[in-house]
Design a binder for this molecule. Structure first.
Ligand SMILES: [Zn+2]
Length: 254
């Protein structure tokens, strides 16, 4: 319903004018991300994400833009359309994070659980650089891009990368910056071994499994071979190349 005094051109911005509730709504699931829930809402109402956001008069084409910050007006529009409380909408975004956690939380999806993604889910913990297995079904998360096929990834590398991921989580959540600095040093070394470029914190949230797994495994390898005890860089290079991954899978730079 539109107020008679409302100028038509200003309709989207007039406070209090909300889009009609959607014909169908779906309940958000535990740990679901706002963008993922919006996708499920769109699918339930036979439209795509961009069409849904346009209908809601939210000025973005991608729901992922709302995952870290949804303003009160947008939360109210979504809540009204989906017939839920605005607090529910806000609860689907990331809570306030420490700078360390934020640096290890991806702005865009870089991995997912095949099992849960098939059901249309997109979960919050998948965005953490340290997330390795799906917390809902236990399946190992897979990167969204990658040259390697799943069967090409050695069990040894997965084992080490999983341990590295656990260490990364401890480091991200620890009080001091020391642990994370150590982990990132190992990642930087791993990157130099494979000539990966960029920021080490992005390497561990890389959508390519060949980058991410190798760098996570390096964190675990550095724990068993502390850098401080090694005299030279080349000594580290030799040990790291052996320790991080299977030569067969990744080859070795001489
Ligand atoms: Zn899952």
């Amino acid at each position: 319903m539109v107020a008679p005094c409302e100028p038509p051109s200003a309709a989207p911005e007039v406070p209090g004018v909300k889009p009609h509730p959607l014909p169908k709504t779906v309940a958000p699931l535990p740990d679901e991300l706002l963008s993922g829930w919006l996708s499920r809402l769109a699918a339930a109402n036979y439209c795509d994400d961009a069409e849904l956001l346009a209908h809601l008069r939210i000025d973005t084409a991608h729901g992922t833009a709302l995952d870290f910050n949804v303003d009160a007006a947008a939360a109210a529009k979504i809540a009204n359309a989906a017939r839920v409380n605005p607090d529910v909408v806000r609860s689907l975004t990331f809570p306030a994070m420490t700078p360390r956690e934020a640096s290890l939380t991806a702005q865009m999806p870089f991995q997912h659980c095949m099992q849960c993604a098939r059901e249309g889910l997109s979960l919050r913990h998948w965005r953490r650089a340290w997330a390795f297995d799906c917390q809902v079904c236990g399946t190992r998360l897979v990167q969204t891009l990658g040259k390697l096929r799943e069967e090409q990834i050695s069990g040894k590398l997965i084992y080490r990368a999983r341990r590295g991921a656990e260490m990364l989580e401890c480091a991200a959540r620890s009080r001091g910056p020391k642990q994370l600095r150590r982990a990132m040093r190992a990642v930087t070394f791993a990157m130099s071994l494979k000539t990966f470029r960029g920021d080490p914190s992005f390497a561990v949230q890389n959508p390519r499994s060949e980058v991410r797994l190798f760098c996570l495994a390096a964190i675990a390898a550095a724990r068993s071979h502390p850098l401080a005890r090694l005299r030279t860089h080349s000594q580290y290079m030799t040990i790291a190349a052996r320790a991080i991954a299977d030569k067969k899978t990744f080859g070795q730079r001489s």
